[in-house]
Design a protein around this ligand. Structure first.
Ligand code: AMP
Length: 437
């Protein structure tokens, strides 16, 4: 849970460019590059103005190393340990700007390396300075909260910084103890954090960086009131980084309210599905979907499969069906306790179970490396959800397949998705399962 090691090197890596600037100067705009000027001239709604094409960004990435981004030696060592060779496009664009103290809107899905894009500059900044709570990251789900904390551990392994995750559904007292003990970074879901704030278990008086991760998702989940109450307790002289896969008006409003002259960094198209994913639609009557699932699992090389269902009962039904067929599967949805969810995720990550069946609670933020396939057992109700779901595979340039089972009443929804992602998804007809076969 903590990455603190009594930190012999802490402070030894100070960089002159970010020496102990008081918080008040941090939000002040530094000298701007032409690109920044252009971005700055464009308020959040005009996000298309800095729509760097993914191809161009990827081409640029080939020549860029982490050292080119001006990172410290301990950070470069941590990234090397993580096995990273080049920054991803979002990292290449966001890290230098965040290091300068700019407010940022990062339009990027999970799978693009966005977590490191904000974690790296925060760690670099916190290397200097007092042991106080100086960074807060708000995330929509417990799972994402844990993953962001793990990223801090990974990239901050040589930093001596202490980070704690704060989320609901688990014991309160250990969190109180950890918060009162003092930490550098808090990663939290809004509801539980607000509890702690109200009980004065934590203070954000010295907070310098606020991250709103997966802002669209947080708003979808109804967290706007909690976010507002939390941000009200953070002083205005801070750096704010907002990441979102999509930019609906609600997120634009949030950005306008909380960010100062933000630079917009966008990777890929606004609703673009991950490029490394091959998509296919399997037309299949509803009542044959479970049999089609078994058929595919038994006949294809599918090592690690994330299956999405519309409902919790649907997820449980699919798990029961798979287990009856001798296929190890776990379920992940809101009716499961935190312990059960963590266990299901661990079993899936370790390969103990081959199939994880989840509702949308698991659709965002989960970093499960090595997923080979995503199966939409039910067609998602929102086109954006399709993009997020298949973002679970094809992460950080590995390839993956996304299959969508489409019953007759879901044809219109698939067409809508195709319009939004701007491509037609090829149909695969399996004899005995396709309509009328
Ligand atoms: P994220 O979009 O932050 O959820 O990251 C997606 C995945 O990409 C995670 O498994 C990261 O460990 C991985 N990742 C992040 N940055 C890089 C990089 N520069 N090179 C290779 N993998 C990366």
């Amino acid at each position: 849970m903590t990455v603190r090691k009594s930190a012999p090197g802490r402070g030894a890596t100070k960089r002159a460019s970010r020496s102990k600037a008081p918080a008040a100067t941090i939000a002040a705009a530094p000298e701007s590059t032409a690109a920044e000027e252009a971005a700055e001239a464009t308020p959040p709604p005009a996000i298309g103005a800095v729509d760097g094409s993914l191809a161009a960004a990827e081409a640029a990435t080939v020549q860029t190393s982490f050292a080119d981004l001006g990172l410290s030696a301990p950070m470069l060592a941590a990234l090397r340990d993580a096995g990273y060779v080049h920054p991803t496009p979002i990292q290449e664009q966001a890290v230098p700007l965040a290091l300068k103290g700019r407010d940022l809107i990062g339009l990027a899905q999970t799978g693009t390396g966005k977590t490191a894009a904000f974690t790296i500059p925060i760690i670099e900044r916190l290397l200097d300075g007092p042991h106080r709570t100086r960074a807060l990251i708000l995330t929509p789900t417990r799972e994402l909260c844990v993953q962001v904390e793990e990223s801090f551990k990974k990239y901050g392994v040589h930093s001596g910084l202490e980070v704690i995750p704060v989320y609901g559904g688990v014991g309160y007292d250990p969190q109180v103890k950890a918060l009162r003990g003092g930490v550098d970074v808090v990663v939290a879901t809004p509801g539980r954090l607000l509890d702690h704030l109200e009980k004065q278990n934590v203070s954000f008086d010295e907070l310098e960086v606020l991250v709103l991760d997966e802002a669209d998702r947080m708003l979808d989940m109804g967290f706007a009131p909690q976010i507002n109450r939390i941000v009200a307790q953070v002083h205005a002289y801070r750096q704010t980084l907002l990441f979102s896969a999509t930019m609906p008006p609600e997120v634009e409003a949030l950005a306008r309210k909380y960010l100062r002259k933000p630079v917009v960094v966008q990777v890929g198209r606004r609703s673009g599905a991950a490029l490394t994913v091959q998509h296919f639609v399997y037309p299949c009557p509803k009542e044959k979907k479970s049999a089609l699932l078994t058929e595919l699992l038994n006949t294809k090389a599918m090592d690690s499969v994330l299956v999405f269902t519309r409902t919790k009962h649907g997820a449980d039904r699919v798990v029961r069906h798979l287990e009856k067929e001798g296929i190890n599967a776990g379920a992940m949805h809101a009716d499961k306790t935190q312990g059960q969810r963590t266990q299901a995720l661990e079993d899936f990550k370790s390969g103990k179970v081959r199939v994880l069946v989840a509702t949308d609670i698991a659709q965002r933020g989960l970093d499960i490396s090595g997923i080979t396939h995503v199966i939409n057992y039910d067609v998602p109700q929102q086109a954006e959800d399709y993009v997020h779901r298949i973002g679970r595979t094809g992460r950080a340039a590995s390839t993956g397949d996304a299959f969508t089972f489409m019953s007759a009443d879901e044809i219109a929804m698939v067409r809508t998705i195709e319009r939004v992602i701007g491509q037609q998804i090829p149909r695969i007809s399996v004899p005995g399962y396709d309509f009328g076969t």
